[in-house]
Design a protein around this ligand. Structure first.
Ligand code: ATP
Length: 514
């Protein structure tokens, strides 16, 4: 674990050093849990958003896009339940004065039981070697069984407390499990209190009675209140979906862990409107579709798992998270929720306007049910970096740091490097860039040795480098070096476009899901 934390720290400094992510307002010592994306980060983030957008809107005839405003009528948040129920249970440690989410402290404790079990298994696997039968060991080893039983008992108690919204019971679990504050090491806890996560601000001047408005904590409500506009003007027939990418804001209680938990972040959400009664079928379908999207990134299938919710949100009748194995454990990157007709019915009630869908096939009107897929851009960005970051030792003892980014997402696709800064090589390199810049993002670099320039490109995940040397002037060919294998091949300049374009195209990722 300590080693993993170390990797995470290195990843954070790598992000800063190479222009992926900077702390916000850094010259004023930063603003807690707010980050800015630098010159490389924004390219990667835009590519990631396009990957998601195309997988929804390009690949599905019955999904269209939307870009709704961040500010919305405040009654929307009353109707959605966010004013009354968008809370997290918080608890303070009296000695360190640090604030925690009570549910997260308990989830960490659950993970500790899993860690203990995994350690027993790893130890036994080493001891028994080839002959080790993991299933049998799990079923019979007393220490494994004891930890499993403790975990299950805790899990059940936790789920019950959450479902009853019983804050005192959550506190009692923390006391009974002897959970200590990671900073002070003490068990001196306050009561658990509810904390609303929405940011509020005022619209209009106070003289005319300013309106209290919220910064949206999710993009989904913008889709709900527009669903009939889109359905009618787009002549959409159920089942259909609306996709949206945009900023969301939450006044998170504990905001550590870099861009995993931010106060301003970005979501990619798709609401899929279906006939009531068919929602669980669609829920299963979207679970599968979304997992494929993640797996196509090639970060390792074993790094993903589903986590079904114990406590369903006020609007849901089924919910699961797609979790990714980050350096600090398996964590949610995407939520898939069967939201029933809760939101639409509620908006109908609060607005007094009918938002029923007329189904021409059934010749009847109804409020559709909704399946939502909701993924965080920033968390996915983090999983991609964590899943592709590698410190590699090369033959000869040298080492390099590289990002094995999927080529379609890499900020720079091709670096063009003149071997020397003279003899017409820079001019030739520029000429190549001028031809290719319409097709994909190229970067020119002439400073330092070729080796150093390769390292810089490896560190930002550039899949290909082309070196222009003296022979280029004669044979009109360049040496193309592959980031991962470091293999070099000689390629005629006129073939560069087709060679690279195909490999860095988003189609490569989209096709894997067909
Ligand atoms: P958590 O339990 O971690 O607070 P959540 O269940 O509240 O997350 P959802 O409301 O399901 O999250 O939001 C959908 C997605 O939005 C999440 O899967 C995550 O990727 C992203 N997201 C939510 N909150 C944040 C945040 N504070 N910072 C970055 N991304 C976030």
């Amino acid at each position: 674990m300590a080693q993993q934390e170390d990797v995470f720290k290195k990843l954070i400094s790598h992000c800063k050093e190479y222009g992926f992510v900077f702390p916000s307002s850094e010259i004023y010592d930063g603003l807690s849990a707010v980050y800015d994306y630098g010159q490389m980060g924004v390219e990667l983030k835009n590519n990631l958003k396009k990957y998601w957008w195309d997988s929804m809107v390009l690949m599905h005839e019955n999904i269209v896009g939307l870009d709704s405003a961040i500010f919305m009528h405040p009654t929307i948040w009353k109707a959605s339940g966010h004013v009354d129920a968008f809370n997290d249970p918080l608890i303070d440690n009296k000695d360190s004065k640090k604030r925690y989410r009570a549910d997260v402290l308990i989830e960490d404790q659950l993970a500790k039981y899993d860690d203990k079990i995994d350690k027993e298994i790893a130890k036994a696997a080493k001891r028994f070697g080839e002959a080790f039968d993991e299933a049998q060991f799990r079923a019979t080893n007393p220490r494994v069984l004891e930890n499993l039983q403790k975990k299950e008992a805790l899990h059940q108690r936790f789920a019950e407390a959450l479902n009853r919204n019983d804050l005192e019971a959550l506190r009692q679990i923390i006391l009974d499990e002897e959970i200590v504050c990671p900073v002070s090491g003490s068990k001196n806890w306050t009561d658990v209190r509810q904390f609303n996560l929405m940011f509020a601000t005022e619209m209009g001047s106070t003289a005319d009675g300013a309106l209290k408005v919220y910064l949206r904590p999710e993009t989904a409500q913008g889709i709900f209140v527009n669903y009939l506009n889109v359905q009618k003007t787009g002549r959409m027939k159920i089942p259909f979906g609306i996709a949206q990418i945009g900023k969301a804001f939450r006044n998170e209680i504990v905001a550590r862990q870099f861009i995993f938990r931010m106060r301003e972040f970005e979501q990619m959400e798709m609401q899929f409107f279906v006939k009531p009664g068919t929602e669980l079928e669609w829920f299963a379908k979207w679970k599968e579709t979304r997992l494929k999207w993640h797996k196509a990134l090639g970060l390792g299938d074993h790094k993903y798992r589903f986590h079904d919710h114990d406590k369903l949100a006020h609007y849901a009748n089924a919910a699961t998270d797609i979790e990714f194995q980050l350096p600090f454990g398996f964590k949610e990157v995407e939520g898939i929720h069967s939201r029933t007709d809760f939101d639409l019915s509620s908006h109908e009630k609060y607005s007094g306007k009918s938002i029923k869908y007329f189904d021409p096939e059934l010749n009847e009107s109804y409020v559709p049910y909704v399946i939502e897929t909701s993924i965080g851009v920033d968390r996915t960005f983090l999983s991609i970096l964590a899943g592709t970051y590698e410190e590699e030792t090369l033959a000869g003892g040298e080492s390099r740091v590289l990002l094995h980014l999927p080529p379609a997402l890499a900020p720079i696709k091709l670096a063009i490097l003149p071997l020397v800064k003279k003899d017409g090589l820079p001019e030739k390199a520029r000429q190549i860039i001028d031809e290719l810049r319409f097709d994909f993002k190229c970067q020119y670099d002439e400073k330092d040795s070729i080796g150093k320039r390769y390292r810089r490109q490896d560190a930002i995940g550039t899949p290909f480098c082309a070196t222009v040397d003296h022979d280029t002037l004669e044979d009109n060919s360049v040496t193309v070096r592959d980031r991962d294998s470091m293999e070099q091949i000689r390629v005629p300049i006129e073939e560069l476009r087709s060679l690279i374009s195909d490999k860095v195209d988003l189609k490569q990722l989209l096709r894997k899901q067909a």
